[in-house]
Ligand binder design. Structure first.
Ligand code: PLP
Length: 480
């Protein structure tokens, strides 16, 4: 029950008792011995690699005028056993390193996170939860999951974390099933206005299994209009009000949403899939203390492996856990959970705050550079990692710009803008994100270059002529 635990019933600024205060010591202990182990492990691996026959081609990769070193992984076992798959993985490595990922929902993981993803834990079945498994041999899996939970709880300052969701979609489904029940009424932001499919769109299971209603944004300003959302909530009276978006560049007033949810006696689910890393890094408002449940993906700004996570207070823990398993999933992906633990460990380090604030600084600089070149930006700027370019005053469509950017080596995605007159496969917008290029070490100076490149593409410059500059940027900023 949420009675008395909702932030709207708290004194101003007070945290809901549902959530613990943020832990002040955000640093994880880093035992010296572990660093030593890692170093000797590296030496061992290097030794093994040296003994393996070199199956990889060491051909240089040509990117426009620039010739980059082929940094594709050696994959000795896969190359020997299945050269076809190995070749595809090498091609993907080359694709990523020789282009710039500006997809707002993507990032580059650390080699440490990727090692955990490809670990032997992929072999382990661990249905259930730590200490309550349906399989034997889960003693290590238990410790891994408890470590991931503990780090998540410290990172976001909450009482309970479920780290098992395979994705953001299964996390949202589990929460909606747990809080609204089959056929229950939900209210979320419309996909066309920046929301996500899983917030009740008719093609998603959330639009089929629940009685789904939608709210939008102000078509003029591109901003959330809290008074209109309140009116809509009073009309609909949902069991669950969903806040969060896939394409909304500004901060969200989670306290205002909590008040609305309280007024209509709804639970508030905050989906922070996009800004999760910015929240963890302290540069974007946290819904913790306002929402009853928080969901997220771990692979966007949080820079972890592909996956989802759910946070809540102790009072909802059992309901949420049952919603995930057995409600919506079977065995957890233990290798991904190990990788989540590793990513949360990184995010607990002070350096992650610098990363998160650079992501936002980069997005703001990119937006300013695009505006300087005469482009319209939805809401006039950004408070986050994403910038949405509004092409409604141009001949060129979102689809055109996506294709031309691709030819220049810039990977972006077309995106509907508020009040978009063009269909979803065409759109009048482009969404650009800075999480991945910031991971590659890019800063404001490179954002100026990127703004010029994107503006050149929109202005109709031959994209193949821009490939060389993109190649130089890639070569100077290698993948982690
Ligand atoms: C707001 C939001 N929620 C949920 C999801 C779904 O995540 P996944 O693709 O991991 O299912 C996304 C994915 O982009 C998202 O943007």
């Amino acid at each position: 029950m949420r009675g008395g635990k909702h932030v709207a019933r708290q004194t101003a600024g007070a945290r809901s008792p549902v959530f613990k205060q943020r832990i002040s010591a955000r640093k994880l202990p880093r035992p010296e011995s572990r660093a030593g182990d890692a170093a000797s492990e590296q030496v061992r691996c290097a030794g093994n690699a040296a003994r393996q026959p070199l199956a990889r081609e060491s051909l240089p990769v040509t990117i426009g005028r620039v010739t980059a070193v082929d940094d594709s992984p050696s994959l000795p076992h896969l190359a020997a056993r299945d050269p076809e798959v190995a070749a595809l993985l090498r091609r993907e490595q080359t694709r990523q390193s020789s282009t710039l990922t500006l997809i707002a929902s993507e990032n580059h993981t650390t080699p440490a996170v990727r090692e955990a993803c490809s670990s032997v834990l992929t072999d382990k079945y661990a249905e259930g939860y730590p200490g309550r498994r349906y399989y034997g041999g889960c003693e290590v899996a238990d410790e891994v999951e408890l470590l991931a939970q503990d780090r998540a709880k410290r990172l976001f300052g909450v009482e309970h974390a479920n780290v098992q969701p395979h994705s953001g979609t299964t996390a949202n489904l589990a929460v909606l099933e747990a809080l609204a029940g089959s056929g229950g009424r939900i209210l979320g932001m419309a996909l066309a206005d920046g929301g996500h499919l899983t917030h009740g769109h008719k093609v998603s299971a959330t639009g089929k299994l629940f009685e789904a209603h939608q709210y939008g944004i102000d078509a003029e300003t591109g901003l959330l209009d809290y008074d209109r959302i309140r009116e809509r909530a009073k009309e609909v009276r949902p069991a669950v009000l969903i806040v969060g978006a896939s394409s909304y560049p500004r901060v969200i007033d989670f306290a205002a949403f909590a008040e609305i949810a309280h007024e209509v006696d709804a639970k508030l689910m905050a989906d922070i899939a996009h800004p999760a890393g910015l929240v963890a890094g302290g540069v974007f408002p946290s819904p913790v203390g306002h929402a009853d449940v928080v969901t997220m993906t771990t692979h966007k700004t949080l820079r972890g492996p592909r996956g989802g996570m759910i946070l809540c207070g102790a009072d909802l823990a059992k309901k949420i856990d049952s919603g995930v398993f057995p409600g919506g999933q079977g065995g957890p992906l233990m290798h991904q959970i190990a990788a989540k633990a590793a990513a949360f460990g990184d995010a607990l380090q002070d350096g992650f705050k610098d990363y998160a604030s650079q992501v936002v600084a980069n997005a703001q600089r990119l937006a300013a550079g695009l505006i300087e070149r005469g482009l319209r930006i939805v809401t006039g700027g950004t408070d986050s990692h994403m910038v949405v370019i509004d092409l409604r005053d141009r001949e060129v469509t979102g689809h055109d710009v996506e294709e031309r950017c691709f030819a220049a080596g810039l990977v972006v995605n077309k995106n509907a803008v508020p009040g978009d007159p063009r269909p979803p496969r065409v759109t009048s917008g482009v969404r650009v994100g800075t999480a991945a290029v910031t991971t590659r070490g890019m800063r404001e100076a490179q954002m100026d270059q990127l703004a010029a490149l994107i503006a050149d593409v929109v202005d109709g410059k031959d994209p193949s002529g821009l490939r060389g500059v993109v190649g130089e940027l890639c070569a100077a900023h290698p993948l982690p």
